[in-house]
Write a protein that binds this ligand. Structure first.
Ligand code: FES
Length: 105
């Protein structure tokens, strides 16, 4: 049951409202520590394929650092242009301070 989850980070290494980009099998995944929980999304803005890492996080929303598209981290849905495609999301499991994500494929 846990074999599809990969340990990627320790939550104590990610300040609140910050994110950490990790590599899982060549896929960049952004681990986001928000006041509404820990979320994992693809670390790639769907607007121009640049990393979302470093984008401002407020609640469970992240703003792309390049052109300001906003995504809901809880479901990956785009909330504000210029992006119009949703982000891929990954299931997160917290075990103590250990953060694991479920491989999608
Ligand atoms: S690259 Fe993210 S909004 Fe343009």
């Amino acid at each position: 049951m846990t074999e599809n989850y990969i340990q990627v980070a320790d939550i104590t290494d990610i300040d609140l409202n910050h994110s950490l980009s990790v590599d899982v099998d060549g896929q960049a995944i952004l681990i986001c520590n928000t006041e509404n929980g820990v979320f994992a999304v693809e670390d790639r803005c769907t607007h121009a394929d640049i990393p979302l890492c470093g984008g401002q996080i407020v609640g469970n929303f992240i703003t792309c650092p390049l052109h300001g598209a906003v995504f809901d981290l809880s479901d990956g849905s785009v909330q504000s242009p210029p992006a119009f495609e949703d982000l891929e999301t990954y299931e997160v499991k917290i075990d103590g301070t250990s953060v694991s994500v479920k491989k999608s494929k």
